[in-house]
Design a protein around this ligand. Structure first.
Ligand code: ADP
Length: 405
């Protein structure tokens, strides 16, 4: 196996495209790229190779243009024979159809299209990436890895809403959960680092990024998570409200004449840290504003912390044992302040953080942040969804006999 042999991992969002070439041998990213503002005049692509950044103006191009330019740049870097053995696509919603990764063919593509009912912004964008790459590399195995798949092990009592049953049987309305690739990665890392028995452990994994979710993991399987039918349910996030009274849309319609679309836009894009603070959706900016005496920023952080604590407790309620609570995501990995505020309210779960360990946990590496005497271990584990997707691609190719030695 050559040093550079890689899996290309693609994450196509509604106006962005992220990719990474993850090497098989070391699991590091040889190349990472980000195309932003697709479809607008500012559309551009940045590719980073060996720490050097290469910019391309996409001239208001769309996803397809971004893919074309990205491939052209890769050929400039690696030559015509790209060292790619397979391609992994992050797909947001796999419904009940996908409880694991799927080797892409026309049927799988159609099923992803069907799942778009539940993720109308995300799955169609994911499909543009899939179609573009299948056209560009018709002979290369390509695998879809779903954000929902890890949570397909949730028991029915956890995934059902208490609404008329036919809405589930006829329409598939239930809780699905998201961030599955991240929760799965964190789980396998934690089990390895702490030397837990893969068949017998209980974890609460807490992903705090722009989107936030927590997950209860029993023996490697998700048994409960905070997100639901869509990634809006659960904790307070950067711009998302998380849980609100389900009757809120009716109230807002009557009080302010807001229609359903306006309410949805408000709850998804103008709530959370941004809506409460009026400062930013970015935790760093909100913490700085709080330090400077901004009362709304202070409140936003307090609500964020409160709801995170509530989520951790509610996840713990789904477990018979709790070995560890694990923080990840941009905030979970980098903000000692938020971990400290959350941690000191988890005493009932046997958590005692070590102030020093928490402060010195540096972004980018695994660190135990609980004190020696803590009954429940707390740790920071940097997430790596690209690596997890690359591993799933290799595993799926192997299962289908498509992995040559
Ligand atoms: P995404 O969910 O889009 O992948 P990230 O996981 O990168 O996002 O998380 C982004 C969040 O992490 C932002 O709110 C950002 O402010 C926060 N963050 C990153 N570094 C820090 C830090 N040092 N302190 C506090 N928050 C941080």
């Amino acid at each position: 196996m050559g040093e550079q042999q890689s899996v290309l991992v693609l994450n196509c969002g509604s106006s962005s495209l992220k990719f990474a070439m993850v090497t098989l041998r070391r699991g590091d990213a040889l190349v990472v790229g980000l195309a932003e503002c697709l479809g607008s005049p500012e559309a551009r692509l940045v590719i980073t190779v060996n720490g050097e950044r290469h910019f391309s103006d996409l001239q208001a191009g769309d996803h397809q243009k971004a893919i074309d330019v990205m491939l052209a740049r890769m050929v400039e870097i690696f030559g015509e024979r790209l060292p790619i053995i397979g391609i992994g696509h992050r797909v947001v919603h796999g419904g009940e159809r996908f409880s694991g990764p799927a080797l892409l063919d026309d049927t799988v593509e159609k099923e992803i299209q069907l799942c778009a009912t539940f993720a109308p912004l995300h799955n169609p964008a994911n499909l543009i990436g899939i179609r573009g790459m299948r056209k560009a590399f018709p002979r290369l195995p390509q695998v879809a890895v779903f954000d929902t798949a890890f949570h397909q092990t949730m028991p029915q009592a956890a995934f059902m809403y208490a609404i008329p049953h036919e809405l589930y049987t006829d329409r598939g309305i239930r809780r699905y959960g998201f961030h599955g690739t991240s929760h799965a990665y964190i789980t396998s890392e934690t089990v390895g680092v702490l030397g837990l028995d893969p068949q017998s452990h209980g974890l609460v994994t807490v992903h705090l990024g722009n989107g936030c979710s927590a997950c209860a993991v029993c023996n490697g399987q998700s048994v409960e998570t905070t997100m639901g039918l869509s990634p809006l349910e659960g904790m307070a996030m950067g711009t998302r409200s998380g849980d609100v009274d389900p009757d809120l849309p009716r109230f807002l319609a009557e009080l302010c004449g807001m229609d359903q679309k306006a309410v949805s836009e408000m709850l998804n894009r103008r709530s959370g840290l941004l809506g409460l603070s009026g400062v930013s959706s970015d935790m760093r900016a909100v913490l700085i504003a709080e330090e400077n005496g901004n009362q709304r920023a202070k409140l936003a952080v307090e609500v964020f912390v409160h709801r995170t604590v509530r989520a951790v407790f509610s996840m713990a309620s789904a477990l018979a044992r709790l070995d560890a609570i694990v923080f990840t995501g941009g905030i979970g990995e980098n903000s000692a302040e938020i971990r400290k505020r959350v941690g000191r309210r988890l005493r009932l779960l046997g958590v005692e953080l070590s102030a020093e360990r928490n402060e010195t946990a540096a972004g980018g590496s695994v660190a135990v942040i609980s004190a020696e005497a803590s009954r429940t271990t707390c740790l920071v584990v940097p997430t790596n969804e690209e690596l997890m997707i690359a591993r799933e691609v290799v595993k799926t190719m192997d299962t289908h006999g498509q992995l040559s030695e």
